[in-house]
Design a protein around this ligand. Structure first.
Ligand code: SAM
Length: 275
């Protein structure tokens, strides 16, 4: 029973998994949206036939994109999330008691709608009183923001379609302007096996804008190559300077106080992309 779904990660390489049934499929104003039930990974959100998140391994990405920056900043009260319509990053951000307001800006309201319906364990905090959800272009939101946020998290799709502008130097300059004087940001920055040039370019661009630029990784089995990268740019606080032993305990399944620094230890072929 079931059909095989393949995400082609390059022209000649992909990941294949067994799908029991489609739960919803439509062409939104921005992308092809599929919500499917898989045999082994729970419900899964696909956008333009790319794996966005699965109920089984989503915790890795959402914990690592949120807890490293939010523990690095000593008082992360005002947070912006660009993208993130599946709600996973919001769920993790709200585990930090300092957070007073988390604004999420996703260009596609349908992602929010169907994540709430079919991914309740991921999207369940989007209606929290500390959360403001906006449907709009994150690039424009950043362009209009100034000195507003302590932490900005870019949880976008890959640099195609509506997300193309979210990997440009102009966008990172806009992030710097939108951040407070001691703010910091993290952006998901794809994988070093198939997108090495992108990672190197993002590192170069961010380094020219932020005094502290770092790259860290996490293992996400359903993402292309399984090795995922995150770029951090900071005006003042360095994640490697933080005394992680003093962080409050929060509920996680991947992030740990030790990983807070260990995640920045890179294999040589990845470290070479940061030079
Ligand atoms: N964790 C996933 C990854 O690393 O690929 C991303 C998941 S999240 C669902 C990606 C979101 O980015 C989508 O909901 C998409 O609508 C949103 N997005 C893409 N371009 C955007 C833009 N310009 N402004 C705001 N949101 C955007």
């Amino acid at each position: 029973m079931g059909i095989w779904f393949t995400e082609k990660q390059t022209e000649h390489f992909g990941i294949t998994m067994k799908i029991n049934r489609s739960l919803h499929s439509e062409q939104t104003d921005f992308q092809k949206l599929d919500m499917v039930e898989t045999q082994e990974w729970g419900n899964m959100l696909l956008l333009d036939d790319m794996v966005m998140t699965t109920e089984k391994d989503e915790f890795v990405y959402h914990e690592m994109v949120a807890h490293i920056p939010l523990f690095t900043h000593p008082n992360p009260e005002k947070i912006l999330i660009v993208g993130g319509g599946d709600g996973g990053v919001i769920r993790e951000v709200l585990k930090h008691s300092e957070v007073k307001k988390a604004t999420l800006v996703d260009i596609d309201g349908k992602v929010i709608e169907y994540s709430k319906k079919y991914l309740p364990s991921i999207a369940g905090k989007l209606d929290d009183r500390r959360v403001e959800v906006k449907v709009g272009d994150g690039f424009m939101h950043i362009a209009e923001a100034e000195n507003q946020y302590d932490v900005i998290l870019v949880d976008s799709t890959e640099p195609v379609g509506p997300a193309v502008n979210l990997f440009t130097k102009g966008f990172y300059a806009g992030i710097s302007k939108a951040l407070k004087e001691d703010g910091l940001f993290v952006a998901q920055s794809d994988n070093p096996w198939f997108k090495a040039e992108l990672i190197a370019q993002v590192q170069k661009d961010v380094k020219e804008i932020f005094p502290i630029t770092r790259l860290y990784t996490a293992n996400i089995p359903t993402y292309p190559s399984g090795m995922w990268c995150f770029t951090l740019g900071s005006k003042k606080y360095d994640p490697l300077e933080a005394d992680s032993s003093r962080f409050p305990d929060i509920e996680t399944n991947y992030y740990t106080k030790e990983l807070h620094k260990a995640a920045f230890v890179l294999p040589k072929f990845v470290a070479d992309l940061t030079k």
